[in-house]
Design a protein around this ligand. Structure first.
Ligand code: ZN
Length: 169
């Protein structure tokens, strides 16, 4: 395993190495130490680095992705930006939802009920804007096609020709 790391030199006397929660490796070194010495130092810490990276990944997995404050802000923002998008696309797509709601579903960004009421997850706010548009178009398209048929995707394609790429953002 090869590690990439950033080196910050300062007036310190010893070399130190750190791994943050995103698994970025940071080396702090005195001005006098050569690059070769730093490389050798990092190599000598190989086992420790491997172990620490696994630990940090585990830690991150167990950490809630957003704070309550962030979630509140995401919900507010979703309420501001999603209904106008739904209105915009429903006009050009020629479909009308019965209602638009924001929920906090973690695994489903959007859904369309049998009665054509649409639900969108506040977690969409953490995604690319084009992906949000895709989810809006996808759910609106379900008003016309309550399935994932070829016709359903052809209908989406009319309004978002590159939906295949955008749906993976
Ligand atoms: Zn669907």
């Amino acid at each position: 395993m090869k590690f990439s790391y950033t080196v910050t030199r300062s007036k310190r006397k010893t070399i130190a190495i750190q791994v943050d929660i995103d698994c970025n490796i940071m080396v702090k070194a005195p001005y006098s130490v050569s690059d070769e010495k730093i490389t050798a130092f990092v190599d000598s810490k190989k086992q420790w680095l491997e172990k620490t990276i696994i630990q940090q990944k585990e830690k991150k997995k167990n950490q809630p992705a957003f704070t309550d404050e962030q979630l509140t802000r995401m919900r507010q923002r979703a309420k501001q930006i999603i209904p106008p998008k739904v209105e915009y696309y429903s006009k050009i797509m020629g479909v009308t939802p019965t209602s638009v709601k924001i929920n906090s579903a973690k695994t489903r960004y959007g859904s369309c009920s049998g009665k054509n009421s649409l639900n969108f997850s506040l977690y969409l706010m953490a995604k690319d804007e084009r992906f949000i548009d895709y989810v809006v178009i996808h759910e609106l398209a379900h008003i016309k096609h309550h399935n994932h048929s070829k016709e359903f995707y052809e209908f989406i394609e009319k309004f978002m020709p590159d939906y295949k790429i955008i749906s993976k953002l």
